[in-house]
Design a protein around this ligand. Structure first.
Ligand code: PSU
Ligand code: MN
Length: 325
């Protein structure tokens, strides 16, 4: 069975800009779901290639795709495979991304798309890269673990994730567990405001801090239901704002790790990153890897929040699909 066909053959997918048809390949399942207005959730893949170790990355990817399928939602993993931008991966491709040496794969943000296409490279797409691929394929909802942000000391290093800028210019809603405390949460919210991005937390007043349910920082907006989120997304579309929305889903309290524990681990992680001159897009994977190795609770929390976010994403996708019918 041919799993994929190029967008050249998908002229009925109206939202796909013809500029991308030679380089973007959408799986049959995903393109049909887009065409029929069925619920779809895009899933980023840098978290698999660069954010989690094998075999947990692959097992988690399979689990969250199963959760979506069981809930009647089509999963659409985004990635770049041998220079082709892809939405909807085959199992072997997912395996390849999860099991390979992360150094051989690109961590693909917006700036890396053209080099990957030009050189035929392979990699997992970050939130920024995934938002673009999803948008080009006609999907407006993406699930991830945590978005990138302003790094601690970012006011000097200028290390501000491309995710924040992409959220300002691409109309995709990103469901996440907030902003990791390896980042400067307050400054991240400031940049998101500057970029015009609507940020809300589901069922809580605070922004969650990825590994912790609470950050101590107030969310710009609180929402209490999937219907409220659906209304936000519809209004954003109606206003043609062309910017994205961040929906934060707090990690469950059982998996939440306390701030003192995170801060002390993080301090050591940042010290060794500094000693090893780790900079740029290598910082986030380095810190995550350090924390995972230090205490298995970090990886457990990461897996748990990904599942949580997937369930919320699926509910939003279903609600959006029913209002647009
Ligand atoms: N946060 C995680 N795991 C991840 C990432 C973030 O807990 O794997 C990845 C996401 O793909 C995110 C990217 O889009 O890191 C941000 O990278 P940077 O900080 O280099 O912009
Ligand atoms: Mn960065």
């Amino acid at each position: 069975m041919r799993l994929h066909r190029t967008l050249n053959q998908l002229r009925h997918v109206k939202k796909i800009n013809s500029r991308h048809r030679h380089t973007l390949t959408v799986s049959t399942e995903v393109s049909e779901a887009v065409r029929k207005g069925r619920p779809i959730v895009a899933l980023e893949s840098a978290v698999l290639s660069h954010g989690m170790p094998p075999p947990d990355n692959f097992n988690t990817a399979v689990n969250i795709q199963n959760i979506l399928t069981q809930m009647g939602v089509v999963p659409a993993v985004t990635a770049v495979i041998d220079g082709t931008l892809r939405v909807g991966l085959a199992r072997e491709e997912l395996e390849r991304l999860c099991n390979g040496d992360s150094n051989e794969f690109v961590k693909v943000s917006r700036r890396d798309l053209a080099p990957c296409v030009a050189k035929g490279l392979t990699g997992g797409t970050t939130v920024s890269g995934s938002m673009l691929l999803a948008h080009w394929a006609g999907i407006n909802l993406l699930v991830t673990g945590g978005i990138g942000g302003v790094h601690l000391g970012g006011e000097n290093s200028m290390d501000v994730s491309a995710d924040l800028i992409e959220l300002g210019r691409t109309p995709v809603t990103v469901v996440c567990a907030g902003v990791k405390s390896i980042l400067d949460i307050q400054r991240t919210l400031e940049v998101l405001e500057t970029q015009g991005v609507t940020v809300c937390t589901l069922g809580e007043d605070q922004i969650p801090a990825f590994y912790s349910t609470h950050s101590g920082i107030k969310a710009p907006l609180r929402v209490d239901s999937i219907t409220e989120i659906t209304c936000l997304i519809s209004a954003n579309k109606q206003l043609e704002l062309s910017s994205g929305i961040v929906v934060c889903v707090p990690l469950s309290k059982v998996d939440s790790i306390n701030k003192e524990e995170i801060d002390s681990t993080l301090k050591d992680a940042m010290q060794t990153a500094n000693d090893n001159s780790i900079t740029g897009n290598k910082i986030t994977p380095y810190l995550l890897d350090y924390m995972n190795n230090r205490n298995p609770r970090y990886l457990d929390a990461n897996i748990s929040l990904l599942k949580n976010n997937t369930i919320v994403g699926a509910r939003i996708a279903k609600s959006l699909s029913s209002v647009s019918k």
